[in-house]
Design a protein. Structure first.
Length: 304
């Protein structure tokens, strides 16, 4: 699939177990629960069968609000921004799909992104609505993402991450640190910061760990090898900024200055370049490498 290919309207449904409430109908309750979505939009979704029960049956807007009922609805966004970069499928078998994600493409629907997400594109490409990401990458990070292709074997792969039996390797371009000795180990306690979607280091027992080494010391920006032992949100970005070498293109750390929507000129110079593990199904060693590379200042897009 190329960035110009049409994206089919196929995306995994969002799930909601109806909470307690005194609303008379599904329509009334959903309008109250999601005030940013107009009543007319919900009525249109019902009319097109885009609100269903757990068995996939279309629901009616006037049906009673039934506490505990699981409903599935399909998020839609008007004027969704186009992400003009293509993903690649690195590996695909009966249990596992490995994709190479470009910068700026979200893994799953969130905020203003629904169809232009890695999950939606892969469902459209494969026709497999059972695809589920086994881990996440930030929208601004490029590189490898693993997907489970079938529910029956999903937990076996999820255990790899829970039990830390999968090796993840990243590369990053960041300012030189000539005064430090490498390799080094960064441990710290990460907690939610301000704004709410940022993280910060604070005093206390560490809950995050990253192994950091240098691959290339040429020029003012060095190429670093980052190996996260834990998987905290924004861990690599926070740890590099705390060392005094924020990753090039980082718009959150150490200074909060988010890029305008649609600005693709300065991607975050962070790449999930390698994944390796023993396959839990057949025991075979698996090793995957990204086809993207970080090109550095002036040629900043990750390219093949």
């Amino acid at each position: 699939m190329t960035p110009s290919d049409p994206i089919l309207p196929v995306v995994a449904a969002s799930r909601l177990q109806l909470p307690p409430g005194n609303w008379k109908s599904l329509l009334d309750g959903l309008c109250a629960r999601f005030p940013r979505i107009s009543r007319a939009q919900w009525q249109d979704r019902f009319a097109r069968g885009r609100v269903r029960d757990a068995q996939g049956r279309a629901l009616l807007p006037g049906q009673p609000w039934q506490v505990g009922l699981e409903i599935r609805y399909f998020r839609e966004v008007e004027d969704e921004p186009v992400i003009p970069f293509a993903e690649r499928i690195v590996h695909h078998d009966a249990h596992l799909l490995v994709a190479d994600k470009p910068h700026f493409l979200p893994v799953v629907p969130a905020g203003g992104h629904v169809q232009h997400t890695l999950l939606a594109r892969l469902i459209a490409a494969t026709g497999n609505t059972d695809l589920v990401p086994l881990h996440r990458l930030d929208r601004l990070t490029a590189g490898l993402v693993l997907f489970s292709t079938r529910p029956e074997s999903r937990d076996a792969y999820q255990r790899l991450f829970r039990e830390r039996r999968i090796a993840k390797v990243y590369e990053a371009l960041a300012p030189a640190l000539p005064g430090r000795c490498f390799p080094l180990q960064r441990r710290s306690r990460l907690q939610k910061g301000e704004p709410f979607h940022c993280m910060r280091e604070e005093e206390g027992e560490s809950n995050s760990e990253t192994l950091i080494d240098v691959l290339d010391r040429t020029g003012p920006a060095w190429r670093y090898r980052l190996q996260p032992v834990t998987g905290r949100k924004h861990q690599l970005r926070v740890h590099m900024a705390a060392l005094g070498a924020p990753i090039l293109g980082d718009d959150l750390y150490p200074t909060y200055a988010p890029q305008p929507p649609g600005d693709h000129a300065h991607p975050l110079q962070l790449l999930a370049c390698g994944l390796s593990f023993s396959d839990p199904i057949d025991g075979e060693p698996r090793r995957f490498s990204s086809s993207f590379t970080l090109r550095g200042p002036g040629r900043e897009k990750a390219e093949s």
